[in-house]
Design a protein around this ligand. Structure first.
Ligand SMILES: [Zn+2]
Length: 293
């Protein structure tokens, strides 16, 4: 049977909690209450994420962006109501320019080609890719050479630290978490102990090498979350790479690792997804990227 939205992969994770993924690009999450739903991030925007969302729920959907980076807000335009960190509000009012969209589509094309060359070896030896997690061809008509700007969505409403978003039968608490970017926030679902972290935690390459990153703030945010939510977090839900779920120990491990990178931990020269030189600091469950010297 043909998939209705082949660019996306959706999976029910818990009662009322859905993964809406662009595999190997970004994990968005849909949390559904009795009155409304919250879509946490809207992905790259190169396909209409409202289609798989509407297949899951007919309730009103509030979009909450974990931050304003391009791959977390591209699909805002497909929704009526958006909320974000106050610092993100201005950034979200700007379209994503065509050159940035094109650069990302180039990486996506290279990544798919890399998968195709890996596929036979993976099938024989590793079995890491499944029907769910395989990278997908770009949607029809989407091509790096003809990339168009991605329009901004509706004006975002600012969310204060400590705000509670009531969905009916469950709620999400807003926790500002600057570090990866100044406008990062996390959402905590008390009912199931799920902490939706955006790019504040990662199970692959942690991006801490761009101008947006503030390492001191990053450590402060991670230690605050680890302390304030001690014993309450069952799973953390990152937005990228190997897994959309991880254990809460990642909060402390990431804070310790970032401190280690500032205290003499040696990184290996490498490149990021865009081929830019970085230092890759390797830890047990993730890597931290820092600017090449
Ligand atoms: Zn980001």
């Amino acid at each position: 049977m043909a998939e209705p939205d082949p660019w996306f992969m959706t999976r029910r994770l818990r009662e009322g909690v859905w993964l809406v993924a662009e595999p190997w690009h970004v994990y968005c999450f849909l949390v559904v209450g009795t009155e409304r739903a919250v879509l946490i991030d809207t992905g790259t925007g190169i396909a209409d994420i409202s289609a798989p969302v509407r297949r899951i729920t007919g309730l009103p959907v509030l979009v909450v962006n974990t931050h304003a980076h391009d791959d977390h807000r591209g699909g805002n335009v497909f929704f009526d109501e958006v909320a974000a960190h106050p610092v993100a509000v201005e950034r979200l009012a700007l379209a994503v320019p065509a050159d940035r969209v094109g650069a990302y589509l180039t990486v996506a094309t290279e990544q798919l080609a890399a998968y195709e060359t890996t596929r036979a070896l993976d099938d024989r030896y590793f079995h890491l890719f499944t029907a769910e997690t395989r990278p997908r061809p770009l949607p029809p008509g989407v091509h790096p050479a003809t990339a168009a700007p991605i329009a901004s969505g509706p004006a975002a409403r600012p969310l204060a630290d400590g705000d509670v978003i009531d969905l009916g039968g469950r709620a999400l608490r807003v926790l500002h978490s600057p570090g990866h970017s100044p406008d990062s926030l996390c959402l905590f679902d008390e009912r199931d102990g799920l902490l939706f972290v955006g790019d504040t935690l990662i199970t692959g390459d942690f991006w801490a090498h761009t101008d947006d990153t503030d390492l001191e703030a990053f450590v402060t945010s991670l230690r605050r979350l680890d302390g304030e939510l001690a014993g309450q977090v069952a799973r953390v839900m990152p937005a990228h790479t190997r897994s959309c779920e991880a254990g809460p120990h990642l909060l402390r491990d990431a804070a310790d690792a970032i401190e280690a990178t500032r205290a003499g931990h040696v990184g290996e020269p490498g490149v990021d997804l865009y081929g830019r030189p970085v230092l890759r600091h390797r830890f047990a469950e993730f890597n931290i990227l820092r600017p090449a010297a």
